[in-house]
Design a protein around this ligand. Structure first.
Ligand code: ADP
Ligand code: MG
Length: 477
């Protein structure tokens, strides 16, 4: 690839542009009306900073965290440029995982409602190629997919990119972490040279800069430094000897007793070691890592999000894109090398109206990293001693909920309301005793107040959901 250029750091200040109306943008009246219907009244900061650049046809590198509204930041420009009468692929979005690709597809379809007949299809693994090939043959305007599956289609000749105008790399840092570098390069080479390329990433490591140099042209850069409401995140730094780290996590948990804690380690091995230490002390802890199958990963996330597991141990890579509503604490078991990653980690807590804790365990060799973090936070770290914490003989905290697993899901036409109905009806539970209900294709998960879980299993097994008897069991943490 020869179209190399260094990024031009010339973007307007994102902060100035936040909160402005979509009406200032060169979008069709129909698109504006659709945005209003979707409840998109003002632009998010990343949209306000990116849209003028992307709508003007320039290449773009944009850095913003999960939930900042990136889909519309690339979706609106690519939809605006489509020729609906031409049934060929004109835009392609690459996403790291199946789940993310599905999410982007859904959101893009909502954004595309302003116009009839725009076809957006998702090309992801885990399903057979044939229906995807059929959809492509019928003609699609936009494809959203994972690099692996897109490669498959390219290699078999079922995906033609000759008419492509826009290439989007969504969550590019995560795609690199997952080892998709070569696939991305291969795919980009199949795209016409005359095109717009938009790259979105939550973090901005060197590997992203190098990737961008390979096939973006004079990209404009938009960076949104995360700003947390420091009043809501209470940060404490603890000095520990390296070998005390894992034990220190247990001490913090026993002292502060957060219901849900996300603990970050720098390596997978450290995650496994921490899990062992915590479990040995009776904590309900789980870990997320790349070796899990999709179903196992789903189960871990469901149990953590519905508050039947108190501690989730993860590396930054494994936790990418994770968005938990209620998180009382983040623990940096290891200090990160990059200060931005630290800010990203602790920003998971202290959401909405809740307050959150962010604890960092630092050994003497981490002090340089801590200084870098303090510098970008613009405040001095608050040091505390572990010795002052009361954890002595306290038992590990017990999660308030338990997850029940019901065999049967979407494919059996089960909806959350059916399960809630069965539990509060025949089974006689109150609404307050039932927590989050998650329905997946084959299985339904429901959180139940811990002390009545066994009873709930018994009554559900004896009763019926949607007129049918069901198999229910407690999901072991
Ligand atoms: P990201 O890709 O950055 O994680 P998404 O594009 O998935 O974020 O957007 C997160 C959520 O915010 C979605 O539910 C989306 O519908 C909503 N959203 C995005 N932009 C706006 C906006 N300008 N106004 C209101 N809601 C928005
Ligand atoms: Mg996204």
């Amino acid at each position: 690839m020869t179209d190399t250029d260094t990024p031009t750091p010339a973007s307007p200040s994102a902060a100035d542009a936040a909160g402005r109306s979509f009406n200032e943008l060169p979008l069709s009246p129909a698109m504006k009306a659709n945005l209003e219907q979707l409840g998109y009244l003002t632009m998010t900061p990343i949209q306000a900073a990116s849209l003028p650049i992307a709508l003007a046809g320039q290449d773009l590198i944009a850095q913003a965290k999960t939930g900042s509204g990136k889909t519309a930041a690339f979706g609106l420009p690519l939809l605006t440029r489509l020729n609906p009468r031409h049934f060929g692929v004109q835009a392609m979005v690459l996403c790291p995982t199946r789940e993310l690709a599905e999410q982007v597809t859904q959101e893009m379809r909502r954004l595309a409602r302003f116009q009839d007949n725009i076809k957006i299809i998702s090309l992801v693994g885990g399903t057979t190629m044939r229906p995807q090939r059929a959809s492509l043959e019928h003609g699609a305007h936009v494809v959203v997919g994972t690099p692996g599956r897109i490669m498959d289609h390219l290699e078999r000749g079922s995906l033609n990119l000759e008419g492509l105008n826009t290439l989007v790399l969504d969550e590019a840092d995560r795609m690199l972490d997952m080892g998709f570098h070569d696939d991305i390069v291969f795919i980009a080479k199949q795209c016409p040279k005359e095109r717009q390329t938009l790259l979105f990433s939550a973090t901005y490591p060197d590997a992203i800069v190098r990737l961008a140099r390979q096939f973006l042209r004079k990209p404009q850069e938009v960076k949104l430094l995360e700003r947390h409401d420091s009043a809501k995140i209470r940060q404490r730094f603890y000095e520990v000897k390296h070998e005390e780290r894992l034990q220190a996590v247990a001490i913090l948990l026993k002292h502060y007793r957060p219901v849900s804690t996300l603990a970050f380690c720098n390596t997978k091995q450290q995650c496994r070691d921490l899990l062992d230490v915590l479990r040995a002390q009776g904590f309900q802890a789980l870990t997320l890592n790349g070796d899990l199958e999709q179903r196992e990963r789903d189960q871990v996330l469901i149990q953590f999000a519905n508050r039947s597991c108190s501690v989730l141990v993860a590396t930054d890579v494994a936790a990418r894109g994770l968005d938990i509503e209620q998180l009382e604490a983040v623990i940096n078991v290891d200090v990160t090398q990059e200060p931005e990653v630290h800010i990203h980690r602790i920003g998971r807590t202290g959401r909405a109206d809740e307050e959150g804790w962010a604890f960092s365990l630092c050994s003497p060799s981490d002090m340089r990293r801590v200084a870098a973090i303090a510098q970008i936070m613009g405040s001095e770290p608050e040091w505390h001693g572990l010795g002052a914490l009361q954890s002595g003989n306290q038992a590990a905290l017990v999660p308030p909920m338990v997850t029940l697993q019901i065999l049967g899901g979407r494919k059996d036409k089960i909806r959350p309301g059916d399960v809630l109905g069965a539990l509060t009806g025949e089974a006689g539970l109150t609404r307050e005793q039932v927590g989050k209900i998650t329905v997946t294709d084959q299985t339904t998960y429901v959180a139940i107040t811990r002390n009545i879980a066994r009873e709930a299993v018994r009554r559900l097994s004896e009763g019926k959901v949607k007129g049918k008897s069901v198999k229910v069991r407690v999901l072991a943490g």
